[in-house]
Design a binder for this molecule. Structure first.
Ligand code: ZN
Length: 78
């Protein structure tokens, strides 16, 4: 097993466009209970991670999960 872990491998198979993918926590990489489709777009979606027990605002596009900025929340330094 020499494959790098943590990178969502794109499996391009014809006719598999409606496949759902589990959203992975952007912080710890744990699988959450949220599924997305290929054409799912999420903006500032509060993703709850059952492992972190914490909510993260995320943006999702093309199966890519990015942590969204929180301009409203106070940034906790340390
Ligand atoms: Zn997590």
């Amino acid at each position: 097993m020499c494959n790098p872990i943590g990178i969502i491998s794109e499996r391009k198979r014809g006719g598999d466009l409606e496949k759902n993918e589990w959203v992975l926590c952007p912080v710890c990489g744990h699988k959450t209970r949220v599924q997305i489709r290929r054409d799912t777009v999420l903006i500032r979606f509060p993703l709850f991670c059952p492992k972190c027990k914490h909510e993260n605002l995320i943006n999702v596009k093309n199966y890519k999960v990015l942590i969204a900025d929180r301009p409203d929340a106070k940034t906790q330094c340390r």
